[in-house]
Design a protein around this ligand. Structure first.
Ligand SMILES: O=C(CO)[C@H](O)[C@H](O)COP(=O)(O)O
Length: 226
């Protein structure tokens, strides 16, 4: 499967979310990544349900919603109703993770779990087969524009092995500090979905940057096949 690209709207111009969302409609983006932060699970507050609803009105791609919030179980239905196609909760925020994953699936969304950089992939062994997505945080969650943590590459390879060993078809998503510098290595290690915020939106032309990223990944894959 060709890797999916999920630009993170956290780095978009919040004063022009309609046009930012609309211009991605005709881009190489497969999903639009939406970062919800509560100021408790992470030391930052981004946006919530009404803003997601507004993004959904103008989006062409499925909304990939990353809940960096405590007690996400109380808000799942509201986020689904606001337009979420994927709902990812944090392992570290869910003492009853299995129940939360079942709740997300019952709502008809793809169910994801995110792991903070310090959380080993082994914690997912007994739930791997129930997951649609695992989001490996390659920065500490809460802020865009941080440097990629190099240990993520080793972690992705270990996660890939764990998913195969446990009969899981979950997609591996990487979130944080993704750019042309590390995208190919991440895909080679096993990543299926690349989230990129600053790299896309801090560029002169986000649509072109996504096209460049797609072309770069295709060229690397073609080179490897030779
Ligand atoms: O989840 C996030 C922060 O918690 C963001 O999605 C992530 O940081 C992407 O932004 P950037 O590409 O700028 O690192």
């Amino acid at each position: 499967m060709a890797p999916l690209l999920a630009p993170s709207l956290l780095a978009a111009d919040f004063g022009n979310l309609q046009s930012e969302t609309e211009r991605l409609g005709a881009s190489a983006a497969d999903w639009l990544h939406c970062d919800v932060m509560d100021g408790r699970f992470v030391p930052n507050i981004s946006f919530g349900i009404p803003v997601l609803q507004a993004i959904h009105r103008h989006a062409r791609q499925p909304l990939d919603v990353h809940l960096m919030i405590e007690e996400p179980q109380h808000y799942l239905a509201a986020f689904r109703d606001a337009g979420a196609a994927n709902l990812t909760v944090h392992y570290e925020a869910c003492p009853h993770l299995h129940r939360v994953i079942q709740q997300i699936k019952a709502l008809g969304c793809r169910a994801g779990v995110a792991l903070n950089p310090h959380t080993p992939v082994a914690v997912l062994t007994d739930i791997a087969a129930d997951l649609d997505l695992v989001c490996v945080m390659s920065v500490n969650p809460g802020f865009g524009g941080q440097s990629f943590i190099p240990n993520t590459l080793r972690k992705v390879a270990a996660l890939k092995e764990l998913l195969v060993d446990n009969g899981s078809a979950a997609l591996i998503q990487i979130d944080g500090g993704v750019s042309l510098d590390n995208a190919s290595a991440l895909v080679e290690a096993g990543a299926d979905v690349l989230v990129a915020g600053s790299f896309v939106f801090n560029s002169a032309d986000p649509v072109q940057t996504l096209a460049d990223l797609r072309a770069h990944l295709l060229a690397t894959a073609a080179q490897e096949q030779r």
